[in-house]
Design a protein around this ligand. Sequence first.
Ligand SMILES: Nc1ncnc2c1ncn2[C@@H]1O[C@H](COP(=O)(O)OP(=O)(O)OP(=O)(O)O)[C@@H](O)[C@H]1O
Ligand SMILES: [Mg+2]
Length: 447
Amino acid sequence: MARILIIDDDQSILESLEMYFVEKGHTIGKAATGRVGLELFRRQKPDIVILDIRLPDESGMELLKQMQDLDPISKVIMITAFQDMKSIIDSMKEGAYDYIQKPLDIDEVERVVNQALQVLEVDRETAGYEEIGPMADQDVIVGASDKMRQIFKMIGLLCRNTTTVLIQGETGTGKELVARSIHLNSPYHGEPFVVLDCSSIVETLIESELFGHEKGAFTGAGQAKPGKIELAGRGTLFLDEIGELPLSLQSKFLGFLQRREYMRIGGQTTLQSNCRIIAATNRDLSGLVQKGQFKEDLYYRLRVVTLDMPPLRERVSDIPELVNHFLQKITAEFGSGPIKLQKGVLERLTAHSWVGNVRELENVLVEAAVRAQGKVILLEEIDRILVSKRGKAEEEPGDHSLPRVEKKHIENILASVEGNRTRAARILGISLPTLRSKIQKYRIVSD
Ligand SMILES: Nc1ncnc2c1ncn2[C@@H]1O[C@H](COP(=O)(O)OP(=O)(O)OP(=O)(O)O)[C@@H](O)[C@H]1O
Ligand SMILES: [Mg+2]
């Protein structure tokens, strides 16, 4: 049960909130002025303060600052009289936990107070614990699962030569990150790393983006412009979404790969380039080849070495470290103190299926961190965000019936813990016997 201090000059609010919270078993302090309020705050050390922003003697904002100095863990909830964006922003900036608006809706008050209490609990458990991690590095690739270790090994091998690489994998699995890493670890890391996203530009422009053009080569070509091949110099040309390269250009690009020679559009001189080519795709290129949408010989030229980025759901053991990594990155970007997780959050994140892979995980964490008042990410907040994003995931084709998804999910979790059923049950949040019966029901082959 909590100690709640209510400071408001409106007697009816004081009394109705008191009645309400006493009924719930909390201890209440009341004050009608700022001076008395601060005095009670010092003596009673409340867990939660409900503070009117407008008081007869002192401003609520001023009081909020003093309370935060005295006890930064206590949660101050501001009452604002009307839609006042500025006072809301200012009080949140000063460390208010949240705000509620007059006229008070008791359900809203209760919801905010209950959330604040949960945050308080986590804060107390970890009081005095300040985790200041090293600055998160932009290009660091997080992961210790077997699948990621294979990827690291390949990066290590590939950065010693300049062979063409094809990186395949679902969206958000880190294809570009890996391409950069190969470049950055190579002897030519001082040379350019140039990106051409084959899906983001108008078809007619890709040719000139790739090969460049001379002045007057076509309408609008007022000035000569080098292409990305030229810009890459002796560095790396990263062709993202190579599956989107128009067929007509595929032949021309293949010609370049075979001879390592090309001309700018409208040019007379043959240029040469030995830049490294790394291509990436989230489409099934061999499928496109079969459908005649991707040239077979270009496909074989590109896939000298292929890297298959594993989807996040096949390496859930990496999730805790990724979460940690992103929280540090967010903390550094926001310039805020450490962000903590309520119990159960990590389990929930581990159990999610992450259609958008690492990028989706990062986005969810950023959103949760922005909303994490009191710097604690609550389970209910994560649930809310995951549910609001779920609509998108369900648009994906395939069998998404609940039993099918459940079966797949159990298989993935089991694979990630190398068949250890006790650990799998813990991650899944079900008992061991329940897990066993589901394994039987779905005829899952494990261990
Ligand atoms: N293993 C990882 N460790 C740390 N950050 C990662 C990892 N994998 C991906 N990320 C981050 O996730 C985001 C998405 O990665 P990236 O852009 O490389 O994915 P992608 O496979 O190219 O996706 P798309 O197909 O949608 O272009 C980036 O912010 C990247 O830094
Ligand atoms: Mg990408």
